[in-house]
Design a protein around this ligand. Structure first.
Ligand code: FE2
Length: 315
């Protein structure tokens, strides 16, 4: 058995002291920084420290720590290594900050970037009751490792119901046909899919829908009791100087993850640009390359959860 706090402070114990972390970590980071940049300890340990940084940032986001606290932690771990101020020099092939400059911005305009139809479908209460009776739900996050939350079933709308939605969308967007597309690997989006998500099953998840699979997406709100703030939000990235930046993904990138160069981004990467309120039987159609997310979820009991039908089209 080794007592970490009694290890001599020399190079032979450095990796062990870094792995033990705890109160010994600052001293170990200092020792690591004193080594030359090509020292094998730095090659091995820097990835561990970067992983630690991601854990700290994620924890900060989940626990709602003040941003200053999270940044202080990052500086404490990385500044001695020169990572905080010189990330490119230290890790030339591994981006340590999202590439927010890859995203252009356009001011959102109704009728060009998004479309809203209230009282969108006939008999919304009957459709909702029919959907609530379904027994063929598939579970997503947090129950399974899926990119979508809560539970889903499809198809949601019957052919004539779907046609009434799609004919309006064709008319508004000018698209002659609305189709579903599969990726070369066979991936498809869950079009015409009912989704039920409770208040504690997910939070906001800014994303874009793959440009390879769709260019329009839509959501039909079907919860009579959901509060207005459970609608859909559109976001801009935050630039390094704190100002709001781009809000959509453009070629050659297919998704937001492609454009930013990373899947897990630091807290405060996004700033809300516009929110469309939830309203029962409202249809919101939008260009799916825009950064978007459900604004919030609600309810615990099945009938109280945020019910939507989601659509994805190439048009
Ligand atoms: Fe989406």
């Amino acid at each position: 058995m080794i007592v970490a706090s009694e290890l001599p402070r020399d190079r032979s114990t450095l990796l062990v002291r870094l792995m033990v972390a705890g109160p010994m970590l600052p001293q170990a980071v200092e020792d690591l920084a004193a080594l030359s940049e090509d020292a094998h300890e730095r090659v091995v340990a820097e990835q561990i420290l970067l992983n630690l940084r991601h854990v700290e940032l994620r924890r900060a986001a989940q626990q709602g720590w003040p941003r200053l606290g999270a940044l202080w932690t990052v500086r404490w771990i990385l500044e001695p290594l020169g990572q905080y101020t010189r990330p490119a020099a230290m890790l030339p092939h591994r981006p340590v900050a999202p590439k927010v400059s890859a995203l252009p911005y356009r001011k959102l305009q109704e009728g060009r970037d998004y479309w809203i139809l209230d009282d969108a479908i006939k008999n919304p209460h009957a459709i909702r009751e029919r959907l609530l009776q379904r027994k063929d739900w598939t579970f997503g996050a947090p129950y399974r490792d899926e990119g979508w939350p809560g539970m889903r079933a499809l198809p949601a709308l019957l052919p004539d119901e779907l046609e009434s939605i799609e004919s309006w969308v064709r008319k508004q967007t000018g698209a002659k046909r609305l189709t579903q597309r599969a990726s070369p690997e066979g991936t498809t989006l869950n079009n015409n899919c009912v989704q039920l998500v409770g208040a504690h099953e997910s939070g906001i998840r800014p994303h874009t829908d793959s440009r390879l699979l769709c260019n329009y997406a839509a959501v039909l709100y079907l919860s009579p009791s959901a509060p207005p703030q459970c609608g859909t939000s559109f976001y801009r990235v935050r630039q390094p100087n704190g100002q709001p930046g781009g809000n959509y993904v453009s070629p050659p990138h297919a998704t937001l993850v492609d454009a930013l160069g990373m899947r897990v981004v630091p807290p405060n990467t996004f700033v809300e640009d516009m929110r469309v309120d939830h309203r029962f039987n409202r249809l919101l159609v939008y260009r799916s390359a825009l950064i978007h997310s459900a604004s919030a979820y609600c309810g615990v009991a099945l009938a109280e959860r945020r019910m939507t039908v989601v659509f994805f089209w190439m048009g």
